[in-house]
Design a protein around this ligand. Structure first.
Ligand code: PLP
Length: 356
């Protein structure tokens, strides 16, 4: 049986959260002398002298409308990375509890677990990049608090089978974190509409990819009100800055334009896949539900270095298990993609490698 109360660390249960000036008075007033802000303001940017809304009420209302999830089920972090760290800090006792990840996957789960002194157990993906449920089940014990599922997965670009994720949600008594950083590039359905069915579900999304706002650092966690309340207790009071809140609100007013941009990126990804598949030294372009392609090729490391010499940086994943000889290539602008393809053709001419 899932029992959230048993999952929360004792010190977090007992915690009296920090009460900010904005918490202790949030009504209307003329004169605010309660937060030691600088009333004169910066000579450069006079309108940023006040602390931002610690609860991000307006941004959450706007996200709520776009996502059809009530504001009480939304948590905002300084990037998804803050959400990841907070989940470890709220639910995993350092030196005692453990977490399960399914590599190859996003590196931050492991880094964040290590920072929090949480034991990592690995259930590598199968050869088809799907979840190994048998292995996963064998790793889980009474100290397993979090299972991380990245779907669509970075760096393999595929979505996990929905039934597999549902099986885990139905059978695991800890939290299942489904990281949907790339969901908008996928034709798969998000899990955020399933929150009512699964009290142990946490869905992560971000403004860094589909929204094109990685510089703002804004990540979202969707979960039950009870889980969100715990994350709110532990987060730094002003974790989402004023500029980020203002710009996110603007972006949320332009969902139509964002959706057009997503379509454009997906079209370019499909076109790029077609071109890569015609390049003789490319062995395989994996199916992608994201804004990048995982490409297997002869001498990936050498190709990586050649591209670098042309000023083009891609991600070398050639030493990662299941990704040997693979580069992870983000879809760029039309011009950037063309430059990349030209460089790859030049490499081909220079080395005259042939497909085997
Ligand atoms: C890019 C990415 C994120 C985004 O992290 P932010 O901190 O929100 O920028 C999260 N998860 C995965 C799998 C990613 O690839």
């Amino acid at each position: 049986m899932f029992d959230l109360n048993k999952l929360i660390r004792e010190n977090i249960k007992r915690l009296t959260p920090y009460s900010s000036a904005r918490d202790e008075f949030s009504g209307e007033a003329k004169v605010f002398l309660d937060a030691n802000e600088n009333a004169l303001g910066s000579p450069l940017l006079k309108w940023y002298n006040r602390y931002p809304d610690p609860h991000q009420v307006k941004v959450k209302e706007a996200i709520s409308k776009v996502k059809s999830v009530p504001p009480e089920k939304i948590f905002l972090g300084n990037g998804s990375d803050e959400c990841i760290d907070l989940l470890f800090r709220c639910f995993c006792n350092p030196g005692k509890d453990n977490t399960v990840i399914c590599p190859p996957t996003y590196g931050m789960y492991e880094v964040s677990a290590n920072i929090n002194d949480v034991e990592i157990r690995k259930a590598p993906l199968l050869d088809d990049f799907q979840l190994d449920l048998v292995h996963l089940e064998n790793l889980v014990d009474e100290n397993t608090k979090l299972i991380w599922i990245c779907s669509p997965n970075n760096p393999t670009a595929n979505s996990m089978d929905r039934e597999d994720i549902e099986t885990i949600l139905n059978n695991f008594d800890g939290l299942v974190v489904v990281d949907e950083a790339y969901i908008n590039f996928s034709r798969q359905k998000s899990f955020i509409q399933e929150l009512n069915d699964y009290p142990n579900l946490v869905v992560l999304q971000t403004f860094s990819k589909a929204w094109g706002l990685a510089g703002l650092r804004l990540g979202m966690a969707f979960a039950s009100e009870e889980i969100i309340e715990i994350l709110n207790r532990v987060k730094p009071p002003y974790n989402i800055n004023q500029v980020t809140q203002e710009l996110a609100l603007k972006a949320l007013e332009e969902v139509g334009q964002v959706n057009d941009m997503i379509k454009e990126l997906v079209q370019m990804r499909i076109a790029l896949k077609g071109v890569f598949e015609k390049i003789p030294f490319v062995l395989k372009v994996y199916p992608s539900d994201a804004n990048f392609l995982l490409v297997k090729m002869h001498n990936a490391r050498k190709v990586y270095e050649f591209l670098l010499s042309r000023g083009i940086v891609v991600r070398d994943r050639s030493n990662v298990k299941l990704c040997d000889d693979c580069l992870r290539i983000t879809v760029g602008t039309e011009e950037e993609n063309t430059e990349l393809i030209e460089a790859l053709m030049d490499w081909y001419v220079e080395t005259k490698q042939v497909k085997t």
